[in-house]
Write a protein that binds this ligand. Sequence first.
Ligand code: ADP
Ligand code: MG
Length: 154
Amino acid sequence: MTITTKSPKETHNIGKLIGEKVKPKDFVALIGDLGSGKTTFVQGIAEGLGIKIPVNSPSFVIVKEYQGKYPLVHVDIYRLKNPIDELFNIGFEEYLRREYIIVVEWADKIKDIFPENNLQITFSYNGENERMLSFIPNGDRFIKLIEEVKQCIY
Ligand code: ADP
Ligand code: MG
């Protein structure tokens, strides 16, 4: 599934739709260059989960936790040289084991540790206010989730 958005708000709203549907242990992998809309999308997910405090790109922290309908873990590994090693050093596998929703920016750097079931979203820049979001659902649960999202937007 591919969606083109024409404003930050539209990207936010697609994120919100996903945020309304995700469940603990879901893993959402965001891939795309700086400024392609990943954090904007995470803010939408947070709104969909009813999270009230603002979500922004963690500058020095790698992982931030938020409490909503379910707990959200927002990971940004942009600055990490050896992201898999550094994530394991901070005990990231605990997050994978527990009842969190995990959303990772720059997730292409840690493809080797993706859970089998995951939702992969690639963001690309199509012009100043236009972004393209390509969704790849891996596993039955995400295939179904994306079918539901399609019905909401098309
Ligand atoms: P990333 O986390 O991928 O670096 P951000 O979400 O932080 O990206 O930034 C995206 C930037 O692009 C913001 O300044 C936002 O206002 C702008 N923008 C313009 N059009 C869009 C769009 N359609 N979707 C998302 N962001 C957009
Ligand atoms: Mg970001």
